[in-house]
Design a protein. Structure first.
Length: 679
């Protein structure tokens, strides 16, 4: 190592010991010769060298830790803890502070200086490095399977089911009566020069004139006029307008012009039975009751099948009946409601090992408490060092599908993984958000939704029982982001393919107590970021085998607070690595899976077993820093039997395979989950 680097290390260690407050670690010293590099530059790390010149600790942005006993590994997440930590507080001494057992005697952290023997700067640097290395990876928990949502990238773009290819028609209509053979008796004929049409809006005049052209400019019989009327009606019926048709009014022939009256039928009423407490209008409006537009059977079937996919409804039967007026129809619908509640217990190792990878919990929901089709859900989970509870309520606020929602997320956590489990690092998180979404396009094949939400996210971190910040430039141990998000979601499904796209723009606001900007190089509450997410599935064989691809990317012009960063590593991004291995301002992840059913390939089967070979790849980086990449391949099994569900993944790391081992299953590339739908 160059001599000037050694001088910088010594100066930094001396400053860390003599500093009057812990946040001073984030400030550069006045003397240029030992000025610390910018904390936004993860490339500017320090290494404390042993006599054999092998790195013992690597301390930089995020204070990544390495041990000389292991081969070099990529730095752990260099995002500082910030609002990332959420654990149950560890036990504390009566004095409100704790010592570093076996490392630094009687060192109080906060605004007090060391009061007894000065601590060993090398040990203090090592301790802080180990502490942050363990803390930063649990900057976020994923959103799947009832897990809390800590960052925008955790909200996956969910694939819709495949379009039913052999679905039976929603309605069966009687065929039109066949045309009768003309009598042998000659009928009176009239001369028709041309035809005129009134009441038509679905088909223009030109289209109808083309149908009538063979009967124009000559003498036609009454039978021929009836045949033309029937052909006009059949043209409507063949295009799905089953209660529309043509009529010949009395005294309709004037000056060689015969006038047809087109009656374009409509759905006048929807009668609903068996909906229970669910409001009738929830079903009626979605089926188009009272709309002025002509009734089209294809559109009605799409709406009908769309309602069958609604989680509030299990089955529906519909009958189309004639109404009291000409062209009016009544849709009579029998509804069987789906079970309005569910409780699921789960256990997995989908948490960062620093707070206890293995966790258990429960997720439950209740639908239609108000009769408006609303959803109330709640999740609780606990691991060795963390407990978390979250919930939300969403309710339709219009018959056109507009949805309003509000969510909260609370949690406490503590580091339980050695060597930092003894220094009482705790954190508390508070998230609250509310918003609205509206479908611009909603059909059986595609759905386009836009939405906006407003979120306030707070994080409090403590060290040895006192507030301590792990966010560069923040000195109080408290950080807050006030964020406005605007998102667009597009779902497309065909018989053998399904696609989901989601785009989210996030704007940080300096409002409601958000963390202010103190240095343009440090993260603060004002930022702009874009997140793009996609999933695609293609069914390859009749047994249900399919290819599934997923991709996420986040870009930002500004340094971000930890909860706004993208996390790469773990079961939801790159398997084979620890959860949140990398937490950075910008990054991406992609995955390709082949799902091959070994047993019970049908989606509705009681018992299924699926083999999942996969390949994952991802990378992340901070501003003005080099990107780090993760790459793995592996196998998975997905098992389902009635209300039991289980999944297991094993992944082999292609790059950086020799990561530091702490005896956790994630270090061996193993991820698993078991769920039970209790009722």
């Amino acid at each position: 190592m160059p001599a000037n680097c050694l001088r910088i290390i010594a100066a930094w260690a001396w400053a860390a010991v003599c500093s009057s407050s812990a946040p001073a670690l984030y400030r550069a010293a006045p003397a240029k010769r030992w000025c610390l590099p910018s904390m936004s530059d993860p490339g500017g790390g320090f290494k404390v060298m042993a006599e054999n010149r092998q790195p013992i600790w690597s301390i930089g942005v995020g204070y990544a830790v390495r041990t000389s006993a292991r081969p070099a590994r990529p730095a752990r997440s260099q995002a500082l803890l910030g609002n990332a930590v959420r654990e149950a507080p560890a036990s504390r001494t009566n004095t409100g502070s704790r010592s570093f057992p076996g490392l630094v005697p009687n060192l109080e952290v906060g605004n007090q200086q060391s009061r007894q023997n000065p601590p060993n700067p090398r040990k203090r640097a090592a301790c802080l490095g180990a502490m942050c290395w363990l803390l930063l990876p649990f900057a976020a928990w994923a959103a799947d399977d009832g897990r809390p949502i800590d960052r925008p990238s955790a909200r996956a773009a969910e694939l819709p089911p495949y379009l039913p290819g052999d679905a039976a028609p929603a309605f069966t209509l009687p065929p039109l009566p066949e045309a009768q053979d003309g009598d042998a008796t000659p009928l009176r004929q009239v001369y028709v020069e041309r035809y005129a049409f009134t009441g038509n809006s679905v088909f223009d005049e030109t289209t109808l004139q083309q149908i009538a052209a063979p009967y124009a400019g000559r003498r036609v019989s009454i039978d021929e006029l009836e045949e033309l009327r029937r052909r006009l009606t059949l043209h409507y019926v063949e295009h799905g307008y089953v209660n529309s048709g043509a009529l010949i009014p009395e005294h309709s022939l004037h000056g060689g012009v015969l006038r047809f009256r087109i009656v374009e039928g409509r759905l006048a009423e929807v009668k609903v039975h068996g909906q229970g407490r669910l409001r009738e209008g929830y079903i009626q409006q979605r089926l188009g009751a009272g709309e002025a537009a002509p009734l089209n059977m294809g559109q009605l079937q799409e709406r009908f099948q769309g309602l069958l996919a609604d989680p509030l409804i299990e089955r529906m039967n519909g009958r189309l009946l004639p109404g009291a007026e000409l062209g009016h129809s009544i849709l009579d619908v029998d509804v069987t409601r789906a079970r309005p509640y569910q409780l699921t217990a789960f256990g997995n190792n989908y948490r960062p090992p620093s707070i206890g990878a293995e966790a258990g919990g429960a997720h439950g929901w209740v639908r239609n408490l108000t009769g408006l089709g609303d959803l109330l859900d709640f999740t609780f989970q606990i691991s060795a060092g963390a407990q978390r509870y979250s919930g939300g309520w969403s309710v339709p606020v219009s018959d056109s599908g507009t949805l309003a929602f509000v969510r909260f997320d609370e949690g406490d956590s503590a580091v339980v993984e050695a060597p930092s489990s003894d220094i009482d690092i705790t954190s508390r998180i508070h998230n609250l958000e509310g918003g609205v979404s509206h479908p611009l396009l909603d059909s059986l094949r595609r759905r386009l939704t836009v939405g906006a939400l407003f979120a306030v996210r707070e994080n409090e971190t403590m060290l040895l029982g006192r507030p301590f910040s792990f966010v560069p430039g923040e000195t109080t141990g408290h950080s807050q982001a006030t964020v406005l998000r605007v998102y667009q979601e597009h779902l497309e499904r065909l018989g053998e393919q399904a696609l989901a796209l989601r785009s989210t723009f996030s704007v940080g606001l300096n409002a409601l107590g958000a963390t202010p900007q103190r240095d343009p190089h440090f993260p603060d509450s004002e930022f702009f970021a874009w997140l793009g997410q996609a999933q695609y599935a293609h069914r390859l064989f009749d047994n249900g085998a399919q290819l599934v691809w997923r991709g996420d990317v986040q870009l930002s012009n500004d340094p971000l607070l930890p909860l706004e960063r993208i996390a790469v590593g773990g079961v939801g991004t790159v398997r084979g690595y620890r959860e949140n291995q990398l937490v950075r301002d910008q990054g991406f992840s992609t995955s390709l899976e082949f799902h091959y059913p070994l047993y019970g390939g049908d989606s509705g089967a009681r018992h299924t077993l699926t083999l999942l070979p996969f390949m994952d790849y991802g990378g992340a980086w901070n501003h003005h820093a080099q990107a780090e990449y993760l790459h793995s391949v592996g196998l998975g099994l997905n098992w389902h039997y009635e209300q039991w569900h289980a999944e297991f993944y094993w992944a082999h790391r292609i790059n950086a395979p020799q990561l530091v081992q702490h005896g956790d299953l994630q270090d061996e590339g193993v991820h698993f989950q078991v769920k039970l739908d209790a009722f």
